[in-house]
Design a protein around this ligand. Structure first.
Ligand SMILES: [Zn+2]
Ligand SMILES: [Zn+2]
Length: 350
């Protein structure tokens, strides 16, 4: 019996912590102890950083990566491999639980951490690309972590940032603010959370995270809004829990998308295939672990209740432009056919 979580090789901690201090960023790869505790030039009263967004903004974007809690400087650690923010601490965790799970991986150099200031210094920046009226992709180049594209969805009722990138800088925040700001932030599942809490704090809006995946939330915050089944973070935009990849894995249904034919934003809950005409369903994509028939049927069944024609995947260029509902049905039948050994390769000799 193979355990559902944990890696046979264990986590490797190849580098010391990266420390972001008040005077700017610096690396301390040889350090083994916690990062230095520094007084903040703009001291924040205890408790203010956890719900006082203005203070957090100055610390995060003015001095990158650092948030001050009662005069003690802590860092918003970002895992290099998955790009997911961790809890605010002086030293980073020993390992990233998300990357140590069998659905992900620890990079070849071992567990490595970064922070916003370091990413800024390295030249990472946001790219905004319109996809259709109301929908804009928000990517980071060079990529951070898994490299998903955020999808910024604007309606007359509000704006949602889906699958937030693992990085935000002043320019990205200014562009989102200039377009009307945000009403909510949401992610399909724990891999594509990125810097969701930082985005939520920046705009003072809730971050919707599935209750069923509660143990995978890496950066607790009062702005986290737990949900299950269905939720409507912005009127007309519905989170629909499908499960599969993670029990809480969700899609976002935008009924008015694709010129009114309906659009789905799917993350890894459904993977748009390279042919841009079919989709797949997996427990792990990088490690190629399939799902059982029961869960494929569950996903297809929940999507079968929705009206949609277009499917936006989680990565640059991944979209099923038309016929999305039929593509899900066909792909689920094909997947189950192979699982049941009901499909035979015509070249195979049995
Ligand atoms: Zn990670
Ligand atoms: Zn995933």
């Amino acid at each position: 019996m193979v355990a559902a979580t944990g890696r046979p090789d264990g986590a490797v901690d190849g580098n010391g912590p990266v420390s972001c201090l008040a005077d700017g960023w610096r690396t301390a790869r040889a350090a083994t102890g916690p990062a230095a505790v520094a007084d903040c030039a703009e001291p924040v009263r205890p408790g203010q950083a956890s719900d006082g967004r203005a203070a957090a903004v100055r610390c995060r974007l003015g001095r990158g990566g650092a948030v001050c809690e009662g005069g003690v400087e802590v860092t918003v650690w970002i895992c290099r491999t998955c790009g997911v923010e961790q809890a605010d601490t002086t030293a980073p965790p020993e390992r990233c639980p998300i990357c140590s799970d069998d659905r992900q991986y620890v990079g070849p150099g071992g567990q490595r951490w970064t922070c916003t200031d370091e990413l800024v210094a390295e030249g990472h920046r946001g790219l905004f690309e319109p996809l259709e009226p109301g929908l804009t992709a928000v990517r980071v180049e060079p990529r951070v972590g898994i490299g998903q594209r955020g999808l910024l969805l604007r309606t007359s009722e509000g704006s949602l940032l889906w699958e937030p990138p693992g990085h935000l800088d002043r320019d990205m925040v200014a562009r989102v603010r200039a377009g009307g700001g945000l009403t909510a932030v949401a992610a399909s599942h724990p891999h594509l959370v990125g810097a969701a809490v930082s985005w939520a704090r920046e705009f003072g809006v809730p971050f919707f995270f599935a209750e069923h995946d509660r143990r995978w939330l890496r950066r607790p915050d009062p702005l986290v809004r737990w949900w299950s089944g269905r939720a409507e973070p912005v009127p007309g935009l519905h989170l629909v829990q499908c499960g599969g990849h993670f029990p809480g894995s969700a899609v976002l249904h935008w009924a008015a998308g694709a010129d009114g034919r309906g659009a789905l934003l799917v993350g890894d809950t459904v993977m748009v295939d390279a042919d841009l005409a079919t989709v797949s369903f997996m427990r792990s994509y990088p490690n190629l672990i399939p799902l059982p028939e029961r869960l494929v049927r569950q996903i297809a069944g929940r999507l079968g209740e929705l009206r949609f024609d277009r499917i936006y995947g989680g990565f640059h260029g991944s979209v099923v432009d038309r016929g999305g509902a039929a593509a899900v049905r066909y792909s689920a039948d094909r997947y189950i056919g192979w699982l049941r050994d009901e499909i035979t390769d015509p070249d195979e000799v049995r």
